[in-house]
Design a protein around this ligand. Structure first.
Ligand code: FE2
Ligand code: FE2
Length: 286
């Protein structure tokens, strides 16, 4: 049994051992009071900018509610294409052991979507949507799978940085911490699996690609990371939180050095993986 298959078997055992039910695991209070933070201030997208400094404490906390709603929505909306693509990876593309783990992966992602949607609809009043333009294109052999698992890893690794930080933050409502902890427990396995499979695929196919294909993939990866980050600065969420000049506030935050430093910090583990595996040759500008 090769190392990736053995890993899939081990992860499947773990998924069975830690099986949970999304309909009974969480107690949902009718309301969550506004005196606690929903997202820690340092993780709010406007933190460190002038727009943030102009808000009083209650307004910052209100923004943190919508910031959390945006983060949970982003995760949920990122899990939709992930589920679609994972289904394509099953029986025909992967061996029975890996296919079995993908069944757990799908089950867990489906529960995450139910959980995040429940939270957002109850306490934020909505699930946010994001415009994603997918242009049809030709792929070199193996490139479509490599691209898919890069997208999976980006949504999961960036999300996990937030989950870990929020899961242990005592300033947050305990329900918020709990949801982040539940998600992190499953995601730790998904990330281990995704990192391994992506490395295998890259090592198998990248040597067969032309220099243009490889350069094209690397430049797309940088663009994809920047566009993933841009969704954290959602003008609709700023408007819902009554931030004056929502769109200029977004543009200022995207350019602000404090926000860029945050993006680099939160992406550090992911970028290191891309550099270590040779998927990237240099860290992208974020
Ligand atoms: Fe998830
Ligand atoms: Fe996941």
């Amino acid at each position: 049994m090769d190392a990736t298959t053995a890993l899939a078997v081990r992860l499947s055992h773990q998924s069975v051992k830690h099986l949970w039910d999304v309909y009974s695991r969480i107690e949902w209070p009718d309301t969550l009071d506004d005196s606690a933070w929903f997202m820690p201030p340092e993780l709010c997208s406007l933190y460190g900018t002038e727009a943030w400094e102009e808000l009083d404490l209650p307004a910052q906390r209100t923004l943190s509610r919508y910031e959390l709603g945006n983060f949970f929505s982003l995760t949920l909306q990122g899990e939709r294409p992930l589920i679609q693509g994972l289904v394509n990876q099953m029986y025909s593309r992967r061996n029975p052991e890996v296919t079995e783990y993908i069944h757990h992966f799908l089950d867990e992602e489906n529960k995450h979507m139910v959980m995040f949607a429940d939270f957002c609809n109850r306490y934020v009043g909505k699930v946010y949507n994001y415009k994603k333009l997918v242009l049809p294109r030709e792929y070199a052999k193996g490139e479509e799978d490599v691209t898919f698992f890069i997208k999976v890893l980006i949504v999961e690794e960036l999300g996990d940085y937030y989950n870990i930080a929020m899961g242990r933050d005592k300033r947050l409502h305990p329900l918020v911490a709990e949801i982040n902890n539940i998600h992190h427990a499953d995601e730790a396995r998904h990330i281990t699996f995704g990192r391994r499979l992506l490395k295998d695929l890259f090592e198998e196919f990248a040597p067969t690609w032309s220099a243009e294909t490889l350069a094209g993939l690397r430049s797309w990866l940088g663009d994809y990371m920047r566009s993933s980050w841009a969704d954290f600065y959602n003008p609709s969420m700023y408007r819902d939180a009554a931030i004056p000049d929502a769109y200029p506030a977004r543009q200022a935050a995207l350019k602000h050095p404090a926000c860029r430093a945050h993006r680099e910090r939160a992406s550090e583990r992911l970028v290191k993986y891309f550099l270590d595996t040779g998927i990237l040759e240099q860290a992208p500008e974020l």
